[in-house]
Ligand binder design. Structure first.
Ligand code: SF4
Length: 365
């Protein structure tokens, strides 16, 4: 392989990184007619081809240019786990050898995917397997889009000629802090939401942040109908800092100011994620603190609480799962105070269910 070959390889980027407008600019620059963009997007997002050569209504020259400039596969399947409840967890190797994981869950409202946005994470949630491994880099928008395409392929494996199933819901809640990779995540959302892209409805997309206050405010200005979830896990600063190191830099007061700004600007609901850790944040006093935080201010009707039973991680033995009775009692106390609270249904408990668990296991090996 000579230097020219190397240069060409380095320049090749995933075609899924490009918005429709960016692809149109590229097409025009190559002297190709702009309407070809629509044809290319159709092959990518509706016909979901695996090679540019399958794009049969494009000229040989256009396909050669696409081959020269872009790649179609940034993700290689490394390991797959299948749960009895239909959950599929995939470990992927990226082009630079880094590992990420993606989870597909089957709900009664349709197949839902949890995507990863960074290789590792710097937020430092002390209960999280992903946080054990520091951030290496951000994922490109194309690498996030491809997680959906790969998992949709898995969803349809073995279904023969039956009508292909589509992933209908997306949660941006896998490894990484999505707002620490803001531009690529927003670009990803716009591509999958685009009617000529994957056409996944904005209200079927949820982005979950650990609480980057400034970015929550920026997100409020985007005019998107995407759902926002915020990982709270404790309603008092001391406890939240113990659970999430980020709270030292962005305490609850700053976070709530940003949440209030978002609520006022968008009038959309916000979900507070609350992972229940036995004898750490699952006591009745914690439920009362949480209710008080939500009910103070004008937030009552727009805040929902999602209670998440903890999936233990072997490297983090300081945390245990709360008893089912404590979880139910916690939910009851919130509801009695007038807070909308649900207990999240669990998926994939018979496989490495915790976020980042499969990846960290593989890296240790
Ligand atoms: S829970 Fe999310 S934000 Fe926190 S360390 Fe894990 S991946 Fe990062």
């Amino acid at each position: 392989m000579n230097a020219t070959h190397l240069a060409i390889q380095v320049e090749k980027q995933s075609i899924y990184n490009l918005s429709e407008e960016e692809l149109t600019s590229w097409v025009i620059k190559q002297g190709i007619q702009p309407f070809r963009t629509k044809q290319i997007w159709k092959w990518l997002y509706q016909k979901k081809v695996n090679s540019f050569d399958e794009m049969s209504d494009l000229s040989v020259g256009t396909r050669a240019l696409l081959n020269e400039h872009f790649s179609l596969a940034s993700l290689q399947e490394d390991k797959v786990q299948y749960s009895k409840d239909g959950t599929i967890k995939c470990l992927f190797t990226l082009n630079d050898g880094n590992l990420i994981e993606t989870v597909l869950m089957k709900h009664n409202y349709g197949p839902s995917i949890c995507v990863t946005t960074q290789v590792g994470c710097n937020i430092g949630c002390t209960f999280c397997a992903s946080g054990l491994l520091k951030k290496v880099r951000n994922l490109s928008s194309g690498e996030i889009v491809e997680q959906i395409l790969c998992m949709e392929y898995k969803l349809n494996e073995g279904r023969g000629t039956a009508k292909p199933k589509k992933i209908s819901h997306v949660v941006v809640m896998g490894i990484g802090e999505p707002f620490d990779n803001y531009d690529n995540v927003l670009r990803f959302i716009r591509i999958i939401n685009h009617k000529a892209g994957l056409a996944i409805g904005a209200r079927h997309i949820t982005i979950s942040t650990s609480g980057l206050a400034t970015k929550i405010k920026t997100f409020a200005e985007e005019g998107l109908q995407v759902n926002l979830a915020v990982s709270l896990h404790a309603a008092k600063n001391g406890l939240r800092t113990q659970i999430m190191k980020l709270n030292k830099a962005i305490p609850i007061e700053l976070l709530m100011e940003a949440v209030d700004y978002y609520l006022e600007k968008t009038n959309r609901k916000v979900t507070f994620e609350y992972i229940l850790l036995k004898d750490v944040n699952d006591q009745p006093s914690c439920a009362l603190d949480l209710a008080e935080l939500i009910l103070s201010g004008n937030r009552r009707h727009l805040i929902y609480v999602n209670l998440i039973p903890y999936n233990p991680v072997s490297e983090l033995d300081q945390y245990q799962r709360s008893d089912p009775e404590s979880i139910a009692a916690f939910a009851r106390m919130l509801r009695a105070k007038g807070v909308n609270a649900v207990i999240r249904r669990e998926h994939g408990t018979d496989i490495d269910a915790a976020c980042g668990q499969l990846r960290s296991k593989q890296l240790r090996q």
